[in-house]
Design a protein around this ligand. Structure first.
Ligand code: PMP
Length: 282
């Protein structure tokens, strides 16, 4: 039986309901997190929790639990659902109030969390994926993991219609990130990726991958690439909680690294895998 947290009540998912005047539903007024679970173990949970609190704080939404309590709640639902490999989705909204744009005087946040079974994309790790370039039309606070995802939804749909797995976003000439991932290029033994500022979400996987790069002595330059520079890279990668470290072997019509995974990518994947294995304790 699948469970869900609705505020501090763990219930059967079929019994949960959302008020139509919840501000998450009407305004996208909330934030979320997705945490990967490997063989029942939460991966990088502290980092996800920290980002969840930071995102909420930026929107002045108060999470009514301590970080430790939230951690335990997430752990408990993984246990209750006996989730092996998959992820936990959690979100918090500003709560239920009569519809008006400004913050209600009295509203208590609505928290929900549930688990989802999902397989690791092993085939993509090796074979790589195709990506489509797409203008980045999102707002200017992409560092907040907010529920407002229309810019990402439209870009991902365009990619999907072009038979691609991801959209690589660019503001004018400048490559920012993927529609739901971070993007990196490797050229002459140096890795480039957009700096963690308001134009991108600082992925938890990104933070792990930067540590992996250090371990294999792959220098990283946190500087944005232009579209032209991206297309001239030796290797291109994208990362996220779900995609982990996946090569991009074609962008629009152009092959990257002749359409096959590169050596640096493979090395990064190996170090990343060792961190996943280290997190598996049962
Ligand atoms: N950027 C955006 C826009 C995203 O939506 C995501 C995934 N939620 C990421 C980057 C990757 O973040 P993470 O590695 O924490 O999953």
């Amino acid at each position: 039986m699948a469970h869900i947290w609705v505020n501090d009540v763990l219930m059967n998912r079929a019994e949960a309901s959302i008020d139509p005047e919840d501000r998450g539903y009407q305004f996208g007024d909330g934030v979320y997190e997705v945490v990967k679970v490997y063989e029942g173990n939460l991966f990088e949970m502290e980092a996800h929790i920290d980002r969840f609190y930071r995102s909420a704080d930026e929107l002045r939404i108060v999470i009514p639990y301590t970080k430790d309590v939230l951690h335990k709640m997430v752990y408990d639902i993984v246990e209750a659902d006996q989730l092996q490999t998959g992820h936990v989705y959690m979100q918090i909204t500003r709560g239920v109030a009569p519809r008006q744009h400004y913050f209600p005087d009295e509203a208590s946040a609505t928290f929900t969390a549930y688990t989802q079974v999902s397989e690791r994309p092993y085939e993509n790790f090796e074979r790589g994926i195709k990506a489509l370039l797409h203008e980045d039309i999102r707002w200017l606070r992409c560092d907040i993991k907010s529920l407002n995802l229309l810019g990402a939804v439209l870009a991902k749909q365009a990619a999907h219609e072009a038979n691609c797995d991801e959209a690589i976003l660019h503001r004018g000439d400048v490559v920012t990130e993927g529609s739901s991932s971070n993007v990196y290029g490797i050229k002459d033994g140096v890795m480039y990726t957009h700096p963690a500022n308001n134009f991108i979400l600082n992925g938890i996987t990104r933070q792990v991958v930067l540590r992996c790069a250090e371990e294999i002595q792959l220098p990283v330059v946190e500087e944005a690439m232009t579209v032209e520079q991206l297309l001239a890279m030796d290797e291109v990668i994208y990362t996220s909680t779900g995609a982990e470290v996946t090569p991009i072997v074609q962008i629009n019509e152009q092959l990257i690294h002749k359409g096959v995974r590169g050596e640096w990518t493979k090395k990064l994947q190996e170090v990343f895998e060792s961190k996943v294995q280290a997190a598996i304790t049962i």
